[in-house]
Ligand binder design. Structure first.
Ligand code: PLP
Length: 394
């Protein structure tokens, strides 16, 4: 086994697998048996690459951030996933999965969403491919993310409120799973991160791996070498990080830095720092590390950024943590917001609050002057203007 590939049952070390109700066996089996061949099919690749180029706007630039580099004393590059259509990396995955769904002859798409970013990326590709789209979203999230709800509706999707539990992402995920169980043959479930039962984590990681695939030739052009010294990315479920790490996972001299949201502080009781606070268990279909009570109740996470506000992480990251292959850092709301304002002022780029967490890690690391550092700028900050305004320190 390598760090890249899970074993045939979808395990990365002790994490992964497919912990699902029996009703879902046929769906997951169908996906498992088909996805690798489909991804490898030259026709699929041609269509995927074509859409990424002309519809999404790839390759995204690798931008040398001169003033940020001067401030932190290293050569800092930004991988500009914020410039993708729909404003973040999530569309790389939804494009891949909608093509899969078409090949499997599915008529309907379901998805879960927290802040609405994955919902928008899913509604977008459903409009593009003329498939019916149903997005489950917690009732509380619907109230606090109105613009994304209206974007999804404008794109033709139906948004269904999840009214159980805490009425947020975890409950939306439960309801999407329930829908899938009841409509197994005509429906494909597009999961938005490297989470869920095997083969989702591997499939999503492979779709997102375009990020580090481009980084390799872009660094070769700019630095004369494919490998940076450090790659830094934020982790909610972990899809942007998995994509940015992917082609460096087995290059052990590349330092991989995963940044989690510490909310009001790791020990504050209001945090989403899963690896600092969590223990092994099963969440949304796979064995991973999650925040839970002693008797296995999922603990409500908290972060200022809706995209990082998740009580688990993908099994690939649980393994990177457990094995020591990646370094994990924890960034509070305040540290992230400060870093977001700093990037806005120094480079003229307003980052998503999720991505701002990755930038805050720069101040927690020691660099040598000619270290090459890539920060994955997972999304743009337009959606977070309200959050910046409320925070107010700029
Ligand atoms: C959703 C989101 C994230 C968190 O999701 P991952 O799967 O961890 O990448 C990070 N950044 C942005 C901009 C997002 O929209």
């Amino acid at each position: 086994m390598t760090y890249q590939e899970p074993d045939q049952n979808g395990y990365y070390g002790q994490f992964g697998g497919a912990y699902i109700p029996e009703m879902l066996y046929p769906n997951v089996k169908e996906l498992k048996e088909n996805y690798e061949a489909m991804i490898a099919d030259p026709k699929f690749k041609e269509e995927f690459d074509g859409l990424l180029k002309d519809y999404v706007g790839r390759p995204t630039p690798l931008y040398f951030a001169k003033k940020l580099s001067e401030k932190y004393g290293a050569k800092i590059y930004l991988k500009r996933e914020d410039l993708n259509h729909t404003g973040a990396h999530k569309v790389n995955n939804t494009i891949g999965q909608i093509l899969l769904a078409k090949r499997l002859n599915k008529k309907k798409i379901i998805a879960e969403t927290g802040a609405g970013q994955h919902g928008v990326a899913t509604a977008t590709v459903c409009a593009l491919m003329n498939l019916e789209c149903i997005v489950y979203m917690g009732e509380i999230d619907i109230a606090r993310q109105r613009p994304n709800v209206e974007r999804m509706r404008l794109l033709g999707a139906t948004v269904i409120p999840a009214k159980s539990g805490s009425k947020t992402l975890k409950d939306a995920t439960n309801e999407a799973m329930r829908h899938w169980i009841n409509n197994p043959t005509d429906t494909h479930y597009i999961i938005g991160s490297v989470v869920g039962p095997h083969p989702y984590p591997d499939m999503v990681a492979k779709f997102q791996s375009i990020i580090s695939e481009e980084m390799k030739w872009q660094l070769q052009e700019k630095e004369g070498r494919e490998n940076p010294d450090h790659v830094i990315a934020c982790v909610g479920g972990g899809s942007n990080a998995a994509g940015a790490f992917y082609h460096y996972l087995d290059a052990l001299d590349v330092n991989l830095v995963a940044v989690e949201a510490a909310g009001l502080g790791v020990e504050s009781g209001e945090s989403a720092a899963t690896t600092a606070l969590g223990t092994p268990g099963v969440l949304h279909g796979s064995k991973t590390i999650l925040m839970q009570t002693n008797d296995g109740q999922v603990v409500e996470p908290y972060s200022i950024s809706a995209g990082l506000d998740y009580p688990g992480i993908g099994p690939i990251h649980a393994h990177l943590f457990d094995s020591g292959r990646a370094q994990f850092k924890y960034v509070t709301d305040d540290e992230a917001m400060t870093a977001g304002v700093e990037l806005s002022r120094l480079e003229g780029i307003i980052p998503a609050v999720e991505s701002a967490h990755a930038f805050a890690a720069l101040g927690k690391m020691d660099f040598k002057p000619d270290d090459v550092v890539v920060v994955n700028l997972s999304g743009r900050g337009d959606k977070d203007l309200e959050t910046y305004i409320k925070w107010g320190n700029y």
